[in-house]
Design a protein around this ligand. Structure first.
Ligand SMILES: [Zn+2]
Length: 547
């Protein structure tokens, strides 16, 4: 009996040990999770899709004088493209329209100097090819404005950090009457609130027929591209839509053409400015695509990017963000359909309109969904990734899917530095602070979105990158969003395709970690080992018992 019992114990040990070793394998860490999901992602991720969609979005903007300015034809075509992509992936897609000011350029704006005052003679005319309207500029009268060019001096200062450091020479400004003239103005005047205030007083007193912004200072001589403020057509000012109120069309030129124009202003020559734009109220659309969670009624994670532009192709800002969001949607849907993952939370992908107009699209989303903001587990926004250094804002976690941890693990997995930034100028802001963002939007555009006492969402993160602006140097070149350099041809001088790709995958991996459970795929190797152990020990037991 003792012998049989020992044998039985031997058999049990032989059979149980391998099984136990499987059960007791160490639990996965966050970094292991990221690594596993990165492996899975690499099977489903298609980097070429991201480039292709960004390219198609840029083709749309390049085909319209208003590019993809929200509310214009180009923006509408982009919304259609995003819609049909989401539908083709198998997402549940909804259109969420809202009303906002809308604007279209009927033709590319024109600026030329006119030597003899006769528009019928052209040999005395010099065209300024860098000229572009500011978005949401009022039109000039039909046929354009022909008028004397004048300028206002700014104090001598040595660098951007000294802007506002010396007072504007009021006496010199009083000597120039700008009423009815075309005003050539250094846009640096608007970089300081005191200078800006003096400028507004002058405009209110003597209204020019149009304003041409240029770069006044020689330390801006690298700015060979016009650059548009996100405040665009300049209704977005603390004082509200002042340029609309006082009826002044506004445009910009680059540094060298600005210098040439300054000479013309000194000579008292005339210029013709033609901005043929239409301003009204129109429909803007947020496009929403859902992949539901495995269990019903779970909270959801929102992944968003804006598809509108200023008057540029908008490659980094923000075709690449939209394309990244779409490729995440496509690949996650593929993983869910092929039972590679389950979603513990729903995923909602949103392409926002109207970001450049003060985050009006995301704010309208928050307004429409204010009763269910508590159902949002996390918000991940992508805007202008792809330049040299990837940055992310710090999320206020508030729950178990802390985006700070997930983004850090994702960045490490993709071999990218994880640096934090502080900014509120993208679509994450309305989720963090609905009331504050609505207050500004209402003031800028004279609207009445009421979001007082609406609680914001926790665990909100913006992914972006730097350098991005015309004042930030990048590898000896100056690029920048909101300039003509933010295009398929221009962007190659200041960004690299590898950066674009790695950064988009950091976002994808963060989303996957936040929402997905990787399904336990049975490991065949272990099963064979276990089976072999079981068979061997049983045979051994039988042989021993026979003796
Ligand atoms: Zn943007």
């Amino acid at each position: 009996m003792v012998r049989e019992r020992s044998l039985a114990i031997l058999v049990i040990i032989a059979v149980m040990l391998p099984s136990l070793s499987i059960v007791c394998l160490p639990g996965a860490s966050a970094q292991d999770d990221a690594a596993d999901l990165a492996d899975l992602m690499s099977e489903h991720w298609n980097a070429q899709n991201v480039l292709d969609i960004a390219d198609r979005l840029c083709q749309i903007s390049a085909a319209h004088p208003s590019f993809r300015v929200s509310g214009s034809e180009g923006a509408d075509e982009a919304a259609d493209l995003i819609w049909s992509e989401m539908v083709s992936y198998g997402l549940n897609v909804t259109n969420e329209p809202f009303l906002h000011s809308s604007w279209t350029l009927q033709e590319p704006p024109v600026l030329f100097s006119e030597g003899d005052g006769d528009l019928n003679t052209s040999q005395d005319q010099v065209h300024f090819l860098s000229f572009q309207a500011e978005p949401y500029s009022l039109p000039t009268p039909s046929g354009g404005v022909l008028s004397e060019l004048v300028s206002l001096p700014l104090p001598e200062i040595a660098s951007p950090s000294n802007v506002g450091g010396r007072p504007i020479d009021q006496g010199a400004w009083d000597e120039v009457n700008i009423t009815g003239k075309v005003l050539l103005m250094g846009k640096e005047v608007r970089w300081n609130s005191i200078w800006d205030q003096v400028f507004k007083l002058k405009l209110n007193k003597e209204r020019p027929s149009a304003i041409l912004f240029h770069y006044h200072y020689s330390w801006m001589d690298h700015a060979e591209h016009y650059s548009q403020s996100s405040s665009g057509g300049l209704p977005l000012m603390v004082t509200g839509p002042m340029f609309w109120d006082i009826g002044i069309p506004v445009g910009s030129v680059n540094y060298s053409e600005g210098m040439a124009l300054a000479d013309l202003a000194d000579q008292g020559l005339q210029v013709l400015v033609n901005i043929n734009s239409t301003l009204g109220s129109g429909v803007h659309r947020n496009i929403v695509g859902d992949i539901p969670s495995s269990e019903p009624d779970q909270p959801y994670i929102l992944v968003g990017a804006h598809y509108d532009t200023v008057l540029t192709e908008g490659y980094l800002d923000n075709s690449f963000g939209v394309a990244t969001v779409l490729e995440i949607a496509r690949s996650v849907q593929e993983m869910v359909s092929s039972s590679k993952i389950e979603l513990r939370y729903g995923l909602r992908f949103v392409a926002f309109a109207c970001e450049e107009l003060g985050m009006a699209g995301s704010l309208n989303y928050v307004f429409k969904h204010q009763a269910e903001l508590g159902m949002i587990k996390a918000v991940i926004i992508v805007d202008s990734i792809g330049s040299a250094e990837m940055l992310m804002t710090n999320a206020d976690p508030g729950n178990d899917r802390d985006l700070n941890d997930l983004a850090a693990a994702s960045a490490e997995e993709m071999g990218i530095n994880c640096s934090y930034s502080v900014t509120y100028s993208s679509d994450h802001a309305p989720f963090i602070d609905p009331e504050g963002t609505a207050f500004n939007l209402n003031r800028y555009w004279r609207m009445t979105l009421e979001l007082r006492s609406v609680q914001g969402v926790k665990n909100v993160m913006l992914f972006h990158s730097t350098p991005l602006t015309v004042t930030e140097q990048f590898g000896g070149n100056y690029g920048g969003i909101h300039t003509v350099q933010d295009s398929r041809s221009g962007v190659t001088e200041w960004t690299h395709a590898e950066d674009l790709d790695a950064q988009s995958q950091v976002v994808a991996l963060t989303v996957l970690q936040a929402a997905a459970i990787e399904l336990d795929v049975p490991d065949n190797t272990w099963m064979y080992v276990v089976a072999a152990f079981v068979v061997a020990s049983l045979m051994l037991a039988v042989m021993v018992l026979r003796h």
